[in-house]
Design a binder for this molecule. Structure first.
Ligand code: EPU
Length: 406
């Protein structure tokens, strides 16, 4: 399996352009199922997760089914279920399952679809949903038990083709939801309030959408934040362009509180390394709170702050898997249960061999390896390729000594 090799002690410099958002593109691609003819997409990142989603959509457009083998390896495949249910009145899909970062149940999706009129059965192959001819798909007034990003996107997409009004309370407010709603609205749907906890969708009674305006993926906010962390640790000067800093208020504030040197413009960020950082405590929250997807990279940053910092992970129960490898590199991080880590800094890091457990922890390891003494091998590069475009090439261009090895 491919690995990334990083020779440490890098001094980075230059300009790096942020790619289009993975998670915004994933839901917008799934929304393509709601259209008469499949829409056009721009700035969609060329990465593994997007290729899997496109494969699933191609299979669906030809065979009208979700390919189980691809879908069960890939959590975001759940995003196709709502649009297919709305389009065909029936859908079957495998349980997307848990993964390393947590159990990741789908109870809120199922509850919403049931209320919309779906009869749901479950067997060893997964879930089977069907709307009876008599009832048809209907709008609902629904309050999410937990704020769920893909849950909100799924019910919002399903509601577009339903009969009547759907009101979703306690919806997730992540920018990807607003971007999905903007795309749907630009093509004839009526979705109000996306980006706030209360979303209202005026269902059109089942008419597939006419394609008018392509989807343009907004900048990936998680990649942007990760690059800001990397630059704060390792760059003489790093200019991050084609980004939207307004979506990163909490993480940029945390970097500022730690004493990082950051200059922010409308669509760019300039970061410079400092040798002295203060410890800060963070806890992950739904947007606009500190994103769980930046927790691992930020923990790497905190290993370089002088003093004790605390990180609390509130979204997922399995998102501390990076800690043992960071400790093997010389960090002093103690885990207090599944949700809390105490970081004692500042500790020099040394190169190590490690395996990337998930997309975001993988990039955190690359950041750690870049400031470490010696060489690191980060295995399971597939996990990193799932989320970032040509990372080795782009990071090499700003001075990182990073190579891909088979
Ligand atoms: N939850 C439930 N029941 C549900 C749905 C969610 O209990 O039916 C819980 C989850 O277990 C979790 C919390 O609600 O504790 C929030 O999970 P959410 O549903 O919001 O996560 P998601 O929609 O599956 C998306 C992103 C993740 C990101 C999270 C949180 C996509 C494709 N994925 O996941 O991104 O971490 O929101 O912001 O948009 C990544 O890109 O690496 C990634 C994991």
């Amino acid at each position: 399996m491919a690995s990334f090799i990083v020779e440490g002690n890098n001094l980075l410099r230059g300009t790096i352009e942020v790619s289009g958002s993975k998670n915004a593109a994933l839901s917008a691609l799934a929304a393509g199922i709601l259209f008469k003819t499949f829409p056009e997409y721009f700035r969609v990142p060329d990465i593994e997760d997007i290729r899997r989603m496109r494969e699933l959509i191609d299979v669906f457009l030809e065979h009208k089914t979700i390919n189980t083998e691809i879908a069960k390896r890939f959590r975001a495949s759940i995003l196709l279920a709502g649009p297919i249910l709305a389009r065909l009145g029936a859908v079957s899909f495998p349980h997307p399952g848990g993964c390393l970062i947590g159990a990741r149940p789908i109870d809120v999706f199922l509850e919403g679809w049931r209320m919309m009129g779906a009869y749901i059965s479950e067997d060893k192959d997964g879930y089977h949903l069907e709307i009876s001819k008599q009832t048809s798909l209907r709008g609902i007034d629904y309050t999410f038990r937990v704020k769920s990003v893909t849950g909100t996107e799924s019910l919002m997409m399903t509601a577009v083709l339903a009969h009547g009004i759907t009101t979703l309370h306690n919806s997730a407010c992540e920018p990807e939801i607003k971007s999905l709603a903007d795309f749907l609205n630009a093509n004839g749907a009526v979705v109000c309030g996306a980006g706030t906890p209360d979303i209202v969708v005026k269902g059109n009674g089942g008419a597939l959408l006419d394609f008018h305006k392509p989807f343009v993926s907004p900048p990936d906010r998680i990649e942007t934040g990760s690059l800001a962390i990397l630059g704060s640790l390792a760059a003489d000067e790093l200019r991050i362009t084609q980004c939207n800093p307004a979506e990163l208020e909490a993480p940029l504030q945390a970097l500022n509180n730690a004493g990082a040197s950051i200059e922010v413009g409308d669509n760019w960020i300039i970061v410079k390394k400092s040798d002295c950082f203060f410890p800060v405590d963070i806890e992950t929250r739904e947007y606009p709170g500190f994103p769980t997807d930046l927790q691992a990279p930020f923990m790497v940053f905190l290993t370089q702050a002088g003093g004790t910092s605390i990180v609390r992970e509130n979204i997922f129960e399995g998102r501390m898997t990076h800690v043992p490898s960071l400790n093997a590199m010389g960090a002093r991080i103690s885990l207090k249960g599944n949700h809390r880590a105490v970081i004692e800094g500042k500790t020099p890091l040394v190169g190590c061999a490690m395996e990337s457990p998930d997309i975001r922890a993988g990039l955190a390891f690359i950041i750690a390896a870049s400031i470490a003494n010696g060489t690191s091998r980060i295995g399971n590069a597939y996990q990193i390729d799932r989320g970032y475009v040509a990372l080795d090439k782009r990071l090499s261009e700003i001075g990182m000594h990073i190579f891909r090895a088979d």
